[in-house]
Design a protein around this ligand. Structure first.
Ligand code: NAP
Ligand code: 2RA
Length: 414
């Protein structure tokens, strides 16, 4: 057998049952396949419902995954689950300008610089790009999508690109113009779809249903963001700091920014994260806000489609996965807590986890490795009947990145 781990034929060389080898596979490229988000997208795509969706929509279609990263990790092997209908070359290839030939959908998770350079090339080669970086999020012509909130923005953007009236929904999903895409239903022409910032995704899932129920006027949040939000190397740094800590004496070996003799035993954050919290994510802007805080403000407004006042204070905490946030929402209308609970209980993507008497409230240990956004600690403000406090936690590698991107992929092929 060649490098492909899961051929579309059985061991007698016959087509696998139910698979039509005459139909070309839907080819998905993952850029940044060795990273925290990219490796998860590959694993989840190999197993998730997207494959079922593909088969339901287009019986007989198979899926091919191609893995890309930088020259540094070209040749690395990534083992993915063997699934009928999936072919994947497990060997990571170096990303080059010709990597997108024959690709239908390109999932980018390699940072904004890579996206800015290669996403337009992928589109030029006929691929739909779903980009995890911040490169295109502020572009008003590019949809910024949380499927539970604003799935229709893909339709609007796709139709707008095609030069067809916005309300002409019949044109939302047409076969790709080239021969390769004829069997797959992808937005036409090929386009870039931006996956939002992880805090923006997780908070939007929780806030949107309440916005629709009570009219959102402002959002104030403090975030508690895990090490893996800064990537695989950052997560590994925290694990290594933790594993080398065995006695209280080791505390003195941790970098202390007030100690002038300290050479700085950290590479990934401005300060060591173990036994610390760092109120800085991204660079500072002139007014003292950080890049991350401005992203959240801008992106929430774009996703919720309202110029709501939004203030965030972003804090890195020494957890491995899942971002959490303490959120205060100011509404136009009054509400009762039972009503709010009912709204959240019925909200897509939300798990209402609000039983503090039983110790049930959102935490990273609760939300990690799930695809859902956990919401709890619901309280009415003691001074203002139109102000709600809540605590939210979601796995930022999954719903905050990889899963949201794959949900967009499902929308794009519908
Ligand atoms: P990461 O763990 O550091 O992974 C980065 C990936 O990009 C690696 O596969 C790396 O490959 C690849 N890469 C770097 N330079 C490249 C180049 N020149 N050409 C091709 N591939 C290159 O980062 P991450 O956390 O997964 O983040 C990826 C993207 O997702 C970023 O834009 C980030 O902002 C966004 N995002 C991350 C999260 C999160 O929670 N981590 C959440 C939402 C969005 P090598 O192995 O070759 O270095
Ligand atoms: C972080 N949200 O947590 C940012 C990027 N993933 O660092």
């Amino acid at each position: 057998m060649d490098a492909y781990s899961q051929p579309n034929t059985n061991n007698k060389g016959e087509p696998r049952k139910g698979l039509d080898t005459a139909t070309p596979p839907l080819v998905v490229a993952i850029v940044g396949a060795t990273g925290a988000v990219g490796s998860l997208m590959a694993r989840e795509l190999a197993t998730m419902d997207a494959l079922n969706t593909l088969n339901t929509l287009n019986t007989g279609t198979t899926l091919e995954i191609r893995l890309f990263a930088s020259k540094r990790s070209a040749g690395t092997k990534i083992n993915l689950p063997a699934t009928a209908g999936l072919s994947v070359n497990p060997i990571v290839q170096e990303l080059t300008e010709s990597s997108f030939k024959g690709v239908d959908i390109a999932l980018f998770a390699a940072g904004a610089t890579v996206s800015r350079r290669y996403a337009p090339l992928a589109v030029g080669d006929g691929a739909v790009v779903i980009d995890n970086s911040s490169a295109f999020r502020t572009d008003t012509t590019i949809p910024l999508v949380v499927p539970e909130v604003n799935a229709a923005s893909i339709i609007r953007a796709g139709v707008a690109h095609a030069g067809v009236a916005h309300d002409s929904v019949a044109h939302d999903s047409v076969a790709h113009a080239d021969n390769r895409g004829e069997q797959h239903h992808l937005p036409t022409p090929p386009m870039i779809i931006a996956n939002p910032n992880c805090v923006a995704i997780i908070s939007a899932v929780a806030i949107n249903p309440l916005h629709h129920a009570y009219g959102l006027e402002s959002v104030e949040m403090t975030t508690f963001q895990s090490a893996s939000g800064a990537g695989m190397a950052a997560m590994n740094e925290l694990v290594s700091q933790a594993s080398s800590f065995t006695t209280m004496d080791d505390l003195s070996t941790l970098h202390n920014p007030r100690n002038p003799d300290d050479d700085g035993a950290t590479r990934q954050f401005a300060h060591p994260l173990l036994f610390n919290v760092i109120p800085q994510i991204g660079d500072f802007h002139g007014d003292g806000t950080t890049e991350e805080e401005d992203k959240i403000r801008f992106e929430l407004q774009k996703i919720l489609q309202t110029p709501v006042r939004c203030t965030a204070t972003c804090v890195r905490v020494p957890t491995l996965t899942s971002h959490s946030m303490s959120i205060a929402l100011q509404f136009r209308d009054e509400f009762t807590l039972p009503e709010v609970e009912a709204v959240l209980r019925n909200a897509p993507g939300v798990v209402l986890y609000n039983n503090h008497l039983e110790g049930e409230y959102p935490m990273p240990l609760v939300s990690s490795n799930t695809h859902k956004v956990y919401v709890g600690r619901l309280r009415k403000d003691k001074y203002d009947p139109k102000r709600l406090h809540m605590f939210v936690s979601g796995d930022q590698l999954r719903k905050g990145a990889a899963i949201n991107a794959l949900q967009i992929l499902e929308l794009a092929i519908k």
